[in-house]
Write a protein that binds this ligand. Sequence first.
Ligand SMILES: [Ca+2]
Length: 374
Amino acid sequence: MGHRVAGLLAGVWLVLAGSSGFAAAQTDDVGAPEAWIIDTDMGQEDWMALLYALGRSDIDVRAISIVGDGVGRCPGAETMALALVPFATGEDGAIPVACGASSPLDGFHAMPPAWRDAADPKNFDPLPVPSAVADPRGGVDLIIETVRAADEPIGILAIGPLTNIALAFDKAPDIVENVRAVVVMGGAVYASGNVAVPSDDTMPVNTVAEWNMFLDPVAADAVFSSGVTIRLVPLDATNLAPVDGALAGRIFDGIETAPARWAHSVLQGAIASGGFYFWDPLTASVAFDGSVCRFTLLPLRVMAGTAVSGWSYPGTADDFPATNWRGEPRHHLATADAGGLVRDMAKGNWVIVCIEPDVDAFVAGFRASLSAEP
Ligand SMILES: [Ca+2]
């Protein structure tokens, strides 16, 4: 067993040991709040995760970087994040917000435009208009400078495609050692992927990938290979937390704070349609409370191969820059397995994986955060 594996095992032990200390930290208010950056693609579940993080007095969100190649489009997503900060904290402009990348490092993968349109903040109960504006540094430099400014290693909660984080690590490799862990919502380990939509014949056949990984597999591969400690919350875990009436009721019933009422109203469409999960708030919960999950150490490699031809959502190919992140003509990706995770002892990277979350603990933590008055 190499040093790296031993170190990760020690990390797993610390995560588990730290879980019993978490309750004490909440009740006794011992120690400084934990510093985090949240990198998000600003879908509905991302908004929930932000409210969850911002509502916790033991979590210090230092920056919100937005990745614009997932659900949200940069301008609307920035405004939404800027509005959520005062809504949850009472302080307009308390946390810098900036969008970074709006296309993947390589390939032509994108979400169906209709899904992105449906997730536009204008379709939901509006929040008060913020006076703060986006940070002029942009999302990638915001990550780099926030990590460099942290006096102790800082965590990154990554709840969208990993494009911004890959770009930050590529531009400033020195920051990796000051990142405590990147906690990633993404991938499917034993579970099936969620990209294939049998009823939509414009979708590719890919049964192995989860959307965040599928949208930018090259970025995911780069972050997995960077040497940073990764804690992964894959579909195996999030499948246990569906956005349905029963679980939403357990989270929101009886809480009358403005964030709880707004969050519950935002989720009504998802509850009615089905097929949504608490992907991002569950990942936040796993990030902040080690007790929410039992972790497994696995050697994982992200499939990110190129192909002569490949899929892009019909009508979107012209939306991509002509060149990839290396300045080469943009490649097609091997769509059928792009973003899939392979367990590979030889070439995999050791990742701390949450397979089996404690949904009751997630519910309790989410409720506690939403119950706090801004
Ligand atoms: Ca997300």
